[in-house]
Structures are given as structure tokens and as C-alpha cells.
Write a protein that binds this ligand. Sequence first.
Ligand SMILES: [Fe+2]
Ligand SMILES: [Fe+2]
Length: 328
Amino acid sequence: MLIGKNPTQLMPFTYPWAWEEFKNLCKNHWLPQEISMSQDIFQWKSPGKLTAQEKHLIQNILSFFANSDVIVGDNILMAIYKNINNPEVRQYLIGQAFQESVHSWSYAHIVESLSMDQQIIFSEFKKEGTIKDKHDFQMQYTDGVLDPHFNTDTLENRQMFLRNLCGYYLGMEGMQFYSAFVLLLNFKRRNLMVGTAEQLEYIVRDESLHCRFGTRLIQQYIEENPDVWTTELQNQIVSDIQHVVKLEDAFVADCLPEDILGLSRKDFEKYIRYIAQRRLQSIDLVSPYQINETPFPWMNEIMDLPKEKNFFESRVTEYQAGMGLDWN
Ligand SMILES: [Fe+2]
Ligand SMILES: [Fe+2]
């Protein structure tokens, strides 16, 4: 059971899939400083390489991301970890929380490398705007669950907890991140901000695994607590996802006041609904959207980055060298 009697006994596994996901997560280990940012620094500082609008877009997206992974990490450790005690699931959560810290480091590394105003990136958005709206919507899932007296003994609280899982794994990690990923990764397709985009590529792959694990966890939670999955809660989750879609439309309109960089707002509207449909269907909910084709097929390729990429080869070599050290 996800909440069982032996939280410290790892084997035999109750959920072999969770252990497999933990091992997959560990295989993706990477560090931000290993990706060269020199070309990005040159392009960021050279007049004419990027327009003011493009710079605004990049800063806006970093502002969203730089704070979001902190929120996700907090929720894992303070809400999810506390209310699920199966050991292999917890091993995954610990690994995921660490990866969220690496993501935060990655955004901080980009901000530092490009000498951006840290106050603007990390704080300005809190006053008003579409990023604030996204974060505020997200925080509603956390408030009740973070109450020190919260536990999942009652039906109402188990429903609140499940809504938190759906809000974070499907709504935030599975949707809120994706239009921002596309906006930023698109620069690389024009040979701009390649280091920044490469950081994002590794994050996208991590996030797609987090979302896959989260979906499985939600399914398991529902299976073990069928009483929570009422029509009312199902309608609530669909409504939450529809709300995220609206927030994304507004965020993209803010980042992309007009169709630039070969990206159109119409494509983004289609994309976020395409993602929303997949997230809802993944937990057997009926989607109000019927979009069966992504307008950004190149994003799918990024999520399946080949593992034999040089970046990983060099790391494996380093580890092997490290293992040969004489400790005597
Ligand atoms: Fe993350
Ligand atoms: Fe994540």
C-alpha cells in the first residue's frame, strides 16, 4: 500500500514500477555547469543578435521557471513525501526533489551567465501578471495539504491530497512547463541561445519522466482509494485542467504579443489543448478537447534524447576514472 506499515523495508518491492522509475531517473543525472554557455553570453551581449522583444521573452520564461521548480520541490518534500510512506515510492520522491534542485540551479546558472538582473527575474513577477496567476493557481493545491495537522485519514483529505497530486504532476509538471519549453527551445532551431536550450532539453526529459511517474502514482492512489474518485472530484480535475489551459493562453499571449520567431499563438493554443487531452486521458477522464496532432512534433524528439549523446559519454568516463582512485 502507498501508506503501509513498513516504511523502512525496501524489499521485496510492492511497486516494482516505482523502483524502475527511480533507476531511470538516476540514469539521467546531469549538471548545469557541464553545458557551455559561452556562445549564449556572446549572443546575449552582442547588439542586434536578439531583439528587445526576444530578450523580454527569454527573461519572462526564466522568471517563471526559476521559481517553479522550487515550488515543485517543496511540494514533494512537504506534502507528497509526508503522506505516502511506501519506501520505493519515497526513493523516487527523494530523487525527484534532488532533480528539481538541479533544475533550479540550471536556471540560476543561466541567469548568472547572462548577467541578468536577479531581482527582476526572481521577484518582479510576484507583483502582478500571468506568471503570478500561474503560481497563485498552483499554490491553492498546497495550502490545505501543508497544514501541520493535515493527514489522509478522512475522505475529504484524501480527495484534497489526490487533487494536489493531479495539480502538480499533471497540471504543473505536465502542462504549465510545456509552452514555456517550446518558446525557449525554439531559439535553438535558429541557432540562438544553444547552451540555454540544451539545459532545457535535459530538463524537458526529466520532466517528462516525472510526469510519467506521477501519472502512475495517481492511478495507484485511485486504485487503492476508489471511494475518493467521485464524479464530483473527476469534474473538479477536468475543471482544474481547463483552468490551466486558460492560464497558459494568457501566459503565451504575454510572452508572444505578436506572432514572432515562426511561432503563432494559434499553434500554442492547439498545443496546450493537445497536452491537456493527453493528461486527462492518462487518468481515464474524458477530455473536452479533441486535438490528436501536435503542432510542435519536434518537441517529442527532444523528450526522447538519445542517451548516447556525447554529454553522457563524457560523464560515464569521468565516473569510471573516479572509481579507480586509491583510498588507502
Ligand atoms: Fe523541474
Ligand atoms: Fe519535475
